[in-house]
Design a binder for this molecule. Structure first.
Ligand code: EPZ
Length: 430
């Protein structure tokens, strides 16, 4: 089984190129089926979740051409099936974006429901509420969500909670409904704005994305487009925290510094220097890390997808820090693994109380999910001695070439496949 072998203790130093945002690329790929004309997409990250979605799209008749590693051409003129039943789709949350896209274009969609997840219960009631408000019938049965409608008609929809997925899904369907839709209490994440910009580039009429209220005038047809996905805020944030945790000096390139403000602000609070340029941010960590408190919130608050990374950093900060998770109920599972590396953290429901320690020590552990997996790798890079982490398929769902990018920054990390490889790595690294 693939795992990473790591020898800790080397600061991350250098420049790292950030890829396109997975969480923007997923809905944009799904939305690309809403036109019969060809769509050219650039800056698509080469990560597992994207490849699973592309496979499911091909299975219903979408022609997908990988022009290069990050460029994909989509043509959905010959979709022959509105039932998306790919087994792998249950494993990715973003499978549900095909519902909004297909419902908008064909007034019908049946998609395998996303399965359980390791970070807590993840409802889809707001998606369903939005589709029903547009006039669709929605039933959940046999592990599928089935929707259809003779007419989709715009409506005034108030989301009960701020949901990235529901905002995007309803926005997609509404952009091809008759008349006007207003989505109130909408999510404001950069990827929501990116999807709206993409839909507009295909001929949609969407205003207000990035604010609480999105206004949509439905149109009947979309056309082809060329579009480049925004840089990945969370990949960038992960490397920025990598600099903090290993006391390094890392410049993340090809980013939008505005999207990173809540992350930069916390890094400054804990004692790092952060220097912004037009499309890069440099983080230098030369002093001991300081304690702070943080609560995850929808954008522009501190992202839940950065919660494990900041917890790993605060585990090494002087004093007591408190991290409160307000988006997911079960996103501290990785703390048990971090404790095995010497962290002193107590979790009480949605709060982690962290007493900083002076160092982590290497251990053999498993990645519990995508972001926690990446955060534990950062902990290992700072730790004394050797570590291994398995179940890295989770990390590969959302980080392209994670170990190669870390290696380029000076990390002593290898992708290994057997215990023999681990022993070889240890012998070499002693
Ligand atoms: C997106 O998930 C991201 N995934 C997540 O990233 C991210 O953590 C999350 O947004 C929050 O920023 C993708 O974009 C593919 P939500 P999403 O709908 O859309 C509850 C990563 O690591 N909720 O904003 O599923 C839900 O249970 C992943 O890349 C309902 O109750 O998130 C959660 O507690 C992990 N009913 C909260 O809202 C609904 O109908 C936020 O969920 C919808 C959501």
């Amino acid at each position: 089984m693939e795992q990473y072998a790591i020898k800790g203790g080397t600061p991350l130093v250098g420049e790292v190129e950030i890829g396109g945002a997975k969480n923007a690329a997923l809905p944009i790929l799904a939305a690309a089926v809403m036109t019969d004309e060809t769509v050219h997409l650039d800056n698509i990250p080469d990560v597992r979740d994207i490849n699973v979605l592309l496979g499911a799209m091909e299975a219903i008749g979408v022609i997908v051409r990988r022009e290069s590693r990050h460029q994909v051409t989509i043509n959905a003129a010959n979709i022959h099936n509105l039932i998306v039943e790919d087994d792998n789709m249950r494993k990715i949350r973003a499978s549900y974006y095909l519902i909004g896209a297909l419902l908008g274009k064909y007034r019908k969609a049946e998609v395998t429901l996303p399965g359980g997840c390791d970070i807590g219960c993840r409802g889809i009631d707001q998606h369903i509420k939005g589709f029903r408000a547009l006039g669709a019938e929605v039933v959940l049965e046999h592990g599928m969500i089935r929707t259809h409608s003779d007419r989709l008609v715009g409506n005034h929809i108030y989301m009960d909670l701020v949901s990235v997925g529901a905002t995007i899904n309803v926005m997609m369907a509404a952009s091809m409904a008759e008349g006007k839709t207003i989505i109130e209490n909408a999510a404001k994440e950069p990827h929501v704005v990116d999807v709206a910009n993409f839909l507009n580039s295909m001929g949609a009429n969407i205003k207000g994305a990035g604010t609480d209220v999105i206004r949509i005038k439905g149109v009947s047809k979309f056309h082809g487009t060329d579009y480049t996905i925004v840089p990945d805020q969370i990949e960038a944030g992960t490397f920025m925290f990598g600099a903090a945790i290993t006391h390094g000096d890392v410049t993340v390139k090809n980013v939008i510094p505005k999207h990173l403000e809540s992350i930069s602000a916390k890094l400054i609070e804990i004692g790092c220097e952060v220097m912004e340029e037009d499309d890069s941010v440099r983080v230098v960590s030369s002093k001991p890390l300081r304690r702070t408190n943080v609560k995850t919130l929808p954008y522009p608050g501190f992202p839940t997808d950065m919660q494990p990374q900041i917890t790993v950093a605060l585990g090494l900060a002087e004093g007591t820090s408190i991290v409160t998770e307000s988006i997911y109920e079960n996103r501290f599972k990785y703390v048990d693994e971090l404790t095995r590396m010497g962290a002193n953290i107590k979790v009480e429901s949605s709060t982690a109380i962290i007493d900083g320690v002076s160092k982590y020590t290497g251990a053999d552990i498993s990645a519990p999910d995508l972001r926690a997996g990446a955060a534990l790798v950062l902990a290992m890079l700072s730790a004394e001695g050797f570590s291994t982490i398995d179940e890295i398929k989770y990390i590969q769902r959302g980080y392209e070439d994670f170990h190669l990018k870390l290696k380029k920054l000076g990390a002593d990390i290898e992708l290994v496949e057997s215990e023999k490889d681990v022993s070889k790595f240890k012998l070499r690294a002693i």
